[in-house]
Design a binder for this molecule. Structure first.
Ligand SMILES: N[C@@H](CCC(=O)N[C@@H](CS)C(=O)NCC(=O)O)C(=O)O
Length: 240
């Protein structure tokens, strides 16, 4: 079933990164097709919803990020055994989605680069503190978001924490339990190998270009006027 997995997305982490992490963790060999906007415009009309990511496994074409994640998790034992744990997974995923919306929104807010420090001090705690409390409330008292072993929710949370720390270097230091969780995830053999492989895209997501007047205009769906947003400590972060 998992032979010939081909993941199609862009050359950013974006929505595909949690799928990449999951494929690494479950050990499914896949081809990571990172396509250009020109290739995308050609492919778009032939996709079910005109969106990526898309995962092809043999003859089956899967779309919608969380449907792909849940399918891979269910078929590889990363979806929890009990209803209580499955519900904790879902709560985690929804809470991370809310926090992730905030990350996406700040990148589109004028002055984002100059305001990194203020975002860390005044905005991120409202997202990170409840996440940390929920993480710490796992009845299994294990270093996972649900139950006593790894689930897809851990990879979703790890992806968000990686992006948060990459965009706002040092942001996680105020949340000790989340920092420990992230740290522990980077030590899992498959994740560690992936992070060291050079295969993870450098760019985190797409954002708007700023015009000469300093305004961001919304360029709409994927097109060449978007710019890539890199980690804060990257030389490309301010002017890519
Ligand atoms: N609900 C979809 C949303 C997918 C989505 O918005 N994909 C964006 C990239 S992150 C896309 O394909 N944009 C290109 C376009 O709309 O032309 C999912 O979770 O997979």
């Amino acid at each position: 079933m998992t032979a010939n997995a081909v993941l199609t997305y862009f050359d950013i982490r974006g929505r595909a990164e949690c799928i990449r992490l999951l494929l690494e963790e479950i050990g499914v060999a896949d081809e990571d097709r990172q396509i250009t906007n020109a290739e995308w415009q050609d492919l778009k009309p032939r996709t079910p919803f005109g969106q990526l990511p898309l995962l092809r496994i043999g003859d089956v074409q899967l779309v919608q990020t969380m449907a792909i994640v849940r399918h891979l998790a269910r078929t590889h034992g990363l979806a929890s055994d009990t209803e209580a744990e499955r519900t904790r997974c879902d709560i985690t995923v929804e809470a991370i989605r809310d926090a992730d919306h905030h990350l996406g929104a700040v990148v589109w807010t004028p002055g984002f680069e100059e305001n990194r420090r203020s975002i860390v001090e005044n905005e991120l705690p409202a997202h990170l503190a409840p996440l940390e409390r929920f993480f710490a409330s796992n009845p299994a008292r294990a270093p996972f978001w649900a139950g006593a072993s790894l689930t897809f929710a851990d990879l979703i949370a790890f992806d968000y924490l990686e992006n948060t720390e990459a965009l706002f270097s040092g942001a996680l230091s105020a949340t000790e339990r989340l920092s420990e969780f992230r740290d522990q995830m980077t030590k899992r053999p498959a994740i560690k190998a992936y992070l060291q492989s050079g295969r993870r895209p450098d760019a985190i997501m797409y954002g708007p270009r700023q015009d000469d007047s300093g305004d961001y205009s919304d360029p709409g769906p994927m097109n060449d006027s978007l710019r890539k947003i890199y980690p804060a400590n990257s030389a490309e972060s301010l002017d890519a």
